[in-house]
Design a protein around this ligand. Structure first.
Ligand code: SF4
Length: 407
């Protein structure tokens, strides 16, 4: 089967589309009108007509959503690297640990929040979006979640905040108390990630919840009043056919989430599934293509719009992940992170902060260590890395922002 993405190997094709429209003096790209962008994507890059149209549609939608100062504001990412069990396809930092360990981590994380919040205020770095991810942040119990949210609210200046997301990924970790606490602290987006609504699949991939838990989680979310719920689904899970995927999608749509993200199963070397079947992503490519086509057809007919897209290596069918939203509910953090024109402050084990130098169109990475125990032990070093790599760079970033405005 012909690869619909042609020769494009990059993981951020919408960013490339933006550069084709707007130009990029740093790599010699000139700005183009829409017909020429379409021609470059299809003729030079070899994309199918459908994928080229999809990229242009997403780019145009993003232009309508993004506003405000992106260079002197940031996205704030806070990582909770714990989950109740480990999924079969997982290659993230996910630890299964007792309460005492989670507590030890939380105490260190709150110290990092205090340090970073103070330095962000001192240097005038505004927070535009917050994303608490993982792992599964709702592995924290109600009291711990409240302390985490209190720490964020007390230490950062949030007067320019546009959105606040909490990944409540695993339905078996969601309680009414946690979502009420989240809502009371200003969280306006959560993610409930069913992946599939088929019992057997959930068992196979090592999730400890049932489809009925997902329905309950939706009821709880409804009552909490949090306005935007995102649902992550995966196309290409073991033993699933297109009909299973259709049933999952239709059930999820009937629950009326504002956002649905359709992932194509990506298998990294660290996942258990790739150890069991090293050719999985190739043997499943046809069925996954069928599922992705179905998702476009059904989601469009239900009023969802594609608003962000990215690709990973070793994805089944060499396809893509697409975020869909009801009009007016696009996730700004998701768009910014793929667009790579804004700094990110990433806190916690595995956090990868990025500093964007606008005049040079360059991102510099400032990593925290991955292992949560090492993170706790070397916390001061994480502060020092942020101080040197981010906060001491702020005068230069302001200078470059001003220089760009004067152009
Ligand atoms: S919920 Fe996500 S981070 Fe946790 S084990 Fe599953 S795939 Fe990994």
């Amino acid at each position: 089967m012909r690869n619909p993405w042609g020769e494009l190997t990059g993981v951020k094709p919408v960013k490339l589309t933006r550069e084709l429209f707007k130009g990029n003096p740093y790599n010699g790209r000139k700005p183009h009108e829409k017909p020429e962008v379409f021609r470059i994507l299809t003729e030079e890059k070899g994309l199918s007509v459908e994928k080229a149209r999809l990229l242009i549609e997403i780019y145009e939608y993003q232009q309508r959503v993004l506003e405000g100062e992106r260079y002197t504001s940031c996205g704030l990412y806070i990582g909770i690297p714990f989950c109740p069990t480990r999924c079969l396809y997982c290659s993230f930092t996910s630890n299964q640990k007792p309460y005492e360990e989670v507590e030890r981590y939380l105490q260190a994380l709150i110290k990092e929040i205090e340090f970073t919040g103070k330095r962000a205020k001192d240097t005038g770095l505004d927070v535009e979006t917050i994303y608490i991810g993982g792992g599964t942040p709702t592995t924290l119990d109600e009291g711990q979640l409240e302390r985490l949210l209190d720490a964020i609210l007390h230490n950062f200046d949030l007067c320019k905040l546009r959105e606040f997301t909490l990944e409540a990924g695993r339905p078996d970790t969601i309680t009414a108390g946690k979502l009420e606490t989240a809502s009371a602290h200003g969280v306006d987006r959560i993610s409930i990630n069913p992946q599939s609504m088929k019992d057997r699949t959930l068992e196979l991939i090592g999730r400890s919840h049932k489809p009925s838990d997902i329905l309950k989680a939706f009821e709880t979310a409804d009552k909490s009043g949090i306005p935007v719920v995102n649902c992550d689904l995966i196309a290409g899970l073991p033993e699933e056919d297109a009909d299973d995927f259709r049933k999952t999608l239709e059930t999820i749509i009937s629950l009326r989430p504002a956002n649905i993200t359709v992932h194509t199963l990506a298998l990294k070397r660290a996942s258990r599934l790739i150890e069991q079947d090293s050719n999985y992503h190739e043997t499943h490519s046809d069925v996954v293509s069928e599922m992705i086509e179905l998702s476009h057809e059904i989601l469009r007919s239900e009023g969802y719009l594609p608003y962000y897209l990215y690709r990973l290596k070793r994805m089944a069918g060499a396809l893509e992940n697409t975020g869909w939203c009801k009009p007016g509910t696009a996730g700004i953090y998701n768009i910014r992170i793929m667009d790579e024109q804004q700094s990110i402050l990433a806190l916690g084990a595995g956090g990868m902060s990025k500093v964007f130098f606008p005049q040079e169109n360059r991102l510099e990475r400032v990593p925290n260590v991955n292992n949560y125990e090492v993170y706790i032990d070397r916390l001061q070093e994480m502060f020092d890395r942020k101080e040197q790599g981010i906060f001491q760079m702020m005068p230069e970033i302001y200078k470059q922002t001003e220089a760009l405005k004067r152009r």
